[in-house]
Ligand binder design. Structure first.
Ligand SMILES: Cc1ncc(COP(=O)(O)O)c(C=O)c1O
Length: 371
């Protein structure tokens, strides 16, 4: 078993398994707070962990603001005790009715979401008004990722103005997500982020000049949050997600960010079909496969092993060291992309001082909880 991911007794861990080292999780959260400057400046994205117990640890560390990508994640956060929840997703179709149900069921939660188009916002406004409810909407700003949002400029100002007069809705600020900013060099990344940021600042000044409220600007993910952390604007909230667990993808991509992975995959050899081959129970239903074949994970103790086959329940490795392993032997791997990997697991095994102390359900992986 690899140091520092030591587990005293693996006999009751069913593989493939996602294993969480609690001390590393806590260290990553402390490090996040340190880079952010304070817990109050953070709004971590729960899509990486989707786990109520992790949310409770965040709350205990003074992190009171939370971000989500689905209504199930929002409800997981609310059930864990979060009261300031931002859904970084536009509400459309039946999710408008689900939002009304959520507001009624969890009145203690200050719930907000993004908007980037007048049509669903008008529908949301009508539904809120009919129910006698209200919520804040953040205008989603497209700073170059071209996934969602409105470019900073007159159209964004016009949409923001509409939030000041739509019944049931009030302006909640701006959402600025820039997952496309992936320069490895920190100075280059900062320079690239600062180009659209200048336009966001112009928009902020225009909103303030109109006298409209602008309570927050929710900014960035892993690569960009240290850049926004260094900015003086008091409205900025930082929303990294992956770093809570971290993975091999970001460890490679952003060498300036020292957050050792807190989660590993435990897998067992199930077959040795040829002298230089060994097959693990780590198929593409056990690790996220949004990364290219061959690059979806790193075997901690066999980093040179070539990944030559990947089926639903099998990972075939080619290595001259295969002769050293027999079926039943255990190995650990770190996924390239932890967030969708977490979603493959019903629960994670929790390790403290080398012992399995608990299993935590990945509650938010479902699309639907109760609303
Ligand atoms: C809108 C939004 N905010 C924040 C994050 C967190 O970013 P990261 O995973 O880079 O920490 C993501 C990630 O997908 C996201 O989509």
């Amino acid at each position: 078993m690899s140091q520092p991911y030591h587990i005293n007794d693996t006999s009751k861990i069913f593989s493939p398994a996602l294993v969480l080292f609690k001390d590393r999780l806590e260290a990553n959260l402390d490090h996040l707070i340190q880079v952010a400057g304070s817990a109050s400046r953070l709004r971590p994205h729960c899509k990486t962990h989707k786990i109520p117990q992790v949310t409770k640890i965040e709350l205990a560390k003074g992190i009171t603001k939370h971000k989500a990508a689905t209504l199930a994640e929002v409800e997981m956060l609310a059930q864990a005790g979060a009261t300031d929840i931002f859904l970084a997703y536009n509400l459309v179709g039946p999710n408008i009715g689900r939002t009304i149900a959520f507001l009624k069921k969890y009145p203690q939660v200050q719930f907000k979401a993004t908007g980037d188009h007048p049509k669903p916002l008008a529908e949301l406004s009508a539904a809120l008004t009919a129910a006698g409810l209200s919520m804040e909407i953040l205008v989603d700003i497209n700073v170059g990722m071209n996934r969602t949002g409105v470019e900073p400029g007159p159209a964004a100002l016009e949409l923001y103005e509409s939030l000041t007069r739509l019944p049931g809705i009030s302006p909640g600020g701006l959402h600025v997500y820039d997952g496309h900013q992936q320069a490895a060099d920190f100075a280059q990344r900062t320079a690239a982020i600062d180009v659209p940021w200048a336009k966001v600042m112009e928009l902020v000044e225009a909103i303030k000049a109109k006298g409209w409220p602008l309570p927050r600007i929710v900014c960035g993910g892993t690569g960009s949050f240290p850049v926004y952390a260094a900015k003086p604007n008091p409205e900025i909230e930082l929303s990294p997600g992956t770093l809570v667990f971290n993975d091999v993808g970001y460890t490679r991509m952003f060498p300036d960010l020292n957050f050792p992975p807190a989660t590993v995959l435990l897998t067992r050899v199930v077959s040795r079909p040829a002298p230089d081959r060994m097959t693990l129970d780590l198929g593409n239903k056990a690790v996220a496969s949004d990364q290219p074949f061959g690059k979806r994970l790193v075997m901690i103790d066999l980093p040179e092993a070539e990944q030559v086959g990947h089926n639903e329940e099998h990972l075939v490795l080619k290595t001259p060291l295969a002769a050293n392993y027999a079926p039943g032997d255990e190995l650990l791997a770190i996924p390239a992309h932890i967030c969708p990997t977490t979603a493959w697991y019903k629960s994670v095994y929790v390790i403290e001082n080398g012992d399995v102390v608990d299993q935590w359900d990945v509650v938010g992986r479902d699309r639907f909880l109760t609303i």
